[in-house]
Design a protein around this ligand. Structure first.
Ligand code: ADP
Length: 220
């Protein structure tokens, strides 16, 4: 499914994120205050504009509220990162993803309403440590075309039933690989058939895209 993204701040992280999303077939708008950065990304995204994202007026024309997600990838300039995240939230963007360079930065971004926060340096360092510690660990699943892992709220018909009753594996070819119990702030990895689905749970599902989107439609 083709989505629309905007990436504000085309430094290292923003550049690779924007061009990576575009390569995957999405529509990507790149935004940076620095004309050189905009020039560099121009032929690797759908469109790229020079704008100071701390200025709400400059953002208004870009209609960011229509995007599926807006990523604020300004790390080193804390005040710009905060102001831009605030501006984007104020415009009514549904999903705001922001990059943080420290835990304190991340806490601030969360307080002002960022929906997801990435810590690229920390996350990569932890992944590298794990890989050096245990080189045999599977890095990624060699995914077959047409299969995905998605998070989904349970459709109403799932609530109060256990996984044996739901029988998603035999009915739809879908495996429940984890459940995020948001009410209890915990994650159950590989739940057994006796796990009873609650309204506040988020299911992590592995399966064919078609069956996953059916579930997703029923949960909306
Ligand atoms: P990285 O560490 O991933 O290279 P940086 O935080 O150094 O990321 O890069 C930030 C990017 O954001 C730079 O390209 C910079 O020009 C851009 N930027 C900074 N302030 C603004 C702003 N107010 N509006 C738009 N882009 C900005």
């Amino acid at each position: 499914m083709k989505k629309q993204f905007a990436v504000i701040g085309l430094g290292n992280f923003g550049f690779y994120l924007a061009s990576g999303l575009f390569q995957k077939g999405h529509e990507v708008l790149g935004i940076d205050i620095n004309p050189r950065k905009v020039q560099e990304v121009r032929d690797k995204v759908s469109s790229a504009v020079i704008a100071d994202a701390t200025d709400p007026q400059a953002l208004k024309e870009l209609e960011l509220e229509k995007m599926d997600a807006v990523v604020v990838s300004i790390g080193s300039m804390l005040n710009s990162s905060i102001l831009v995240t605030l501006n984007v939230k104020d415009m009514g963007v549904k999903r705001v993803v922001a990059k943080a360079v420290s835990d304190a930065h991340g806490r601030i971004l969360q307080k002002i309403g960022a929906n997801e926060i990435y810590f690229p340096e920390k996350d990569l360092a932890l992944t590298a440590a794990q890989r050096l510690d245990n080189p045999n660990v599977l890095d990624y699943l060699p995914f077959m075309e047409g299969y995905s892992i998605v998070q989904s709220a349970p459709p109403a018909a799932f609530i109060g039933k256990n996984l044996i009753e739901l029988n998603l594996i035999n009915r739809m070819g879908i495996q429940v690989i984890a459940v995020i119990e948001s009410a209890l702030n915990k994650v159950v990895m590989i739940p057994t058939g006796h796990f009873i689905v609650k309204e506040s749970d988020v299911l992590v599902l592995l399966g064919p895209d078609k069956a996953l989107s059916e579930i997703n439609e029923r949960s909306n």
